[in-house]
Design a protein around this ligand. Structure first.
Ligand SMILES: [Mg+2]
Length: 232
């Protein structure tokens, strides 16, 4: 395994521990329309753009035979809940060290997130270390076609860095995100949810195509040592 041309980082659930907060916001908002989302449904929302999530939630509300809110109605309920919760997100263990290792090794970096520019600004305000990742692809990027799981976000990030996506390492925690990075041709490291040694069912299908890791420090050690990774 060669040194990566660049490292492309997802944000939510990979650098910042926002996913439980996003899930709580969707759950609280959806309950106001009479539906309790299952764990599988909440996992399926991870890694996707807010509007794509809203469409999915509206379908589930319709499937449950409940009156379906418009997307603006649903988001108007969710937005203040999310804005209250998200600034309290903590870094994922090892995220700071991994970004620092890339800096030290002069490996170019990009953030490839389904979150909007405004949402990223809200979440990263308490985390100035994230400014080391200067190149960004946001979910509302004007040059972005489809969002994750389509390959577009990772292809756009590689293009902005002037590298081939096939020579990049991508870091993801969600099914939609890992599918996006795989489709772009990246080597994909998938961070398992904390406390899980094995991939949960939705991630299992990707286990053979991706490098499943339990901690970001597993990759940091490799980068710091600048050695080959035969196991991939
Ligand atoms: Mg994620």
């Amino acid at each position: 395994m060669r040194r990566p041309a660049a490292c492309l980082f997802d944000l939510d659930g990979l650098l910042l521990d926002t996913e439980p907060l996003h899930s709580a916001a969707w759950q609280q908002a959806t309950r106001q329309f009479g539906l309790d989302l299952s764990l599988d449904q909440l996992l399926a929302l991870r890694g996707r753009r807010r509007l794509d999530c809203a469409e999915q939630v509206r379908l589930w509300i319709a499937d449950a035979g409940l009156p379906v809110p418009s997307t603006p109605e649903l988001l108007a309920i969710r937005q203040p809940i999310a804005e209250q919760l998200l600034p309290s997100a903590q870094p994922i263990t090892g995220a700071f060290g991994l970004v620092a290792a890339c800096q030290l090794q002069s490996i170019p970096m990009a953030m490839v997130t389904s979150s909007s520019r405004a949402a990223v600004a809200l979440k990263e305000a308490p985390h100035p270390w994230l400014s080391a990742i200067a190149v960004r692809v946001h979910g509302d990027d004007p040059l972005l076609g489809a969002g994750k799981p389509a390959p577009d976000p990772y292809l756009l990030a590689a293009d902005r860095l002037g590298v081939q996506a096939e020579q990049c390492w991508a870091f993801e925690d969600s099914v939609a995100g890992a599918q996006s990075a795989l489709a772009a041709g990246c080597l994909v490291h998938v961070l398992l949810p904390s406390g899980m040694d094995h991939a949960p069912e939705p991630l299992k299908a990707l286990a053979t195509a991706c490098n499943m890791i339990r901690r970001l420090s597993e990759v940091t050690k490799v980068l710091a040592a600048n050695v080959s990774i035969e196991a991939f």
